[in-house]
Ligand binder design. Structure first.
Ligand code: PRP
Length: 221
């Protein structure tokens, strides 16, 4: 199975919070498969009738599958696109999965201005986004890349500051962290491989337009 098979369209979906709403939205435009489940042991799930393959990937890896054409289209958060900087088309803002990238510090470390944190250590899953944000503010920091549970870092002295996603704010609150700057809002995006977009234009364009129609009138909460 490769996406160079012109008869099939390969769709990449990310594991985690975006999986269910992504699968649900694609199902509404006719892209689904009987055994499509995040917990499937099968890594490629096929709908023979509709000539669709689904692959389920680790979130951070999804843009790589798209960039190399291992999948034709997919859904992923803008956070991952900004961090991974892959060469692909971002076709639509799907307006779900809303959260924001932000800077937070332990309550006890709160300072007046962002520049008062200069030269401190920033723990993050998103070093590129974090570096670019502090660089744009002219503030030099030290960055420590982690793969998850970022809120732990300031509690155990690994870093003073974190850059992370916040959705409800519950994790920050539970760990006595305060948001001190918002970097940018983040939502799910519909993306495509550049070559697939040309070679499989009719199919991809039809799905894009149907998704666009679904989104009409949807306002980000
Ligand atoms: C994300 C994010 C925060 C949390 C924010 O983590 O990194 O930790 O969700 O959500 P909240 O504002 O609703 O509390 P995720 O659950 O994806 O796991 P991770 O910490 O392993 O990245």
């Amino acid at each position: 199975m490769t996406s160079s098979d012109m008869d099939y369209l390969t769709i990449a979906l990310p594991k985690g919070k975006l999986f269910a709403p992504s699968a649900e939205m694609l199902a509404k435009v006719g892209c689904t498969a009987e055994d499509l489940s995040e917990n499937s042991r099968k890594l490629v799930i096929t709908n023979e009738k509709e000539k669709l393959h689904f692959i389920i990937t680790k979130t951070a890896d999804l843009p790589t599958y798209i960039e190399y054409g291992a999948a034709d289209i997919g859904i992923i958060g803008k956070d991952v696109l900004l961090e991974e900087e892959k060469d692909l088309y971002e076709l639509l803002d799907l307006r779900f999965g809303l959260c924001r990238m932000m800077v937070a510090v332990p309550e006890a470390l709160k300072r007046e201005k962002l520049s008062d944190y200069a030269h401190m250590r920033v723990a993050t899953k998103y070093p590129r986004i974090a570096e670019s944000f502090f660089h744009s503010m002219g503030i030099q920091m030290e960055f420590i890349k982690l793969n998850g549970s970022i809120e732990l870092a300031p509690m155990v002295g690994l870093a003073e500051i974190i850059v992370d996603l916040v959705e409800t704010g519950r994790t920050l609150k539970a760990n006595n962290l305060l948001e001190v700057a918002t970097i940018q809002p983040v939502t799910a995006r519909f993306i495509a491989n550049r070559v697939s977009f040309k070679l499989k234009f009719d199919r991809i364009n039809r799905i894009t337009e149907e998704l666009r129609t679904l989104l009409e009138g949807v306002v980000i909460p």
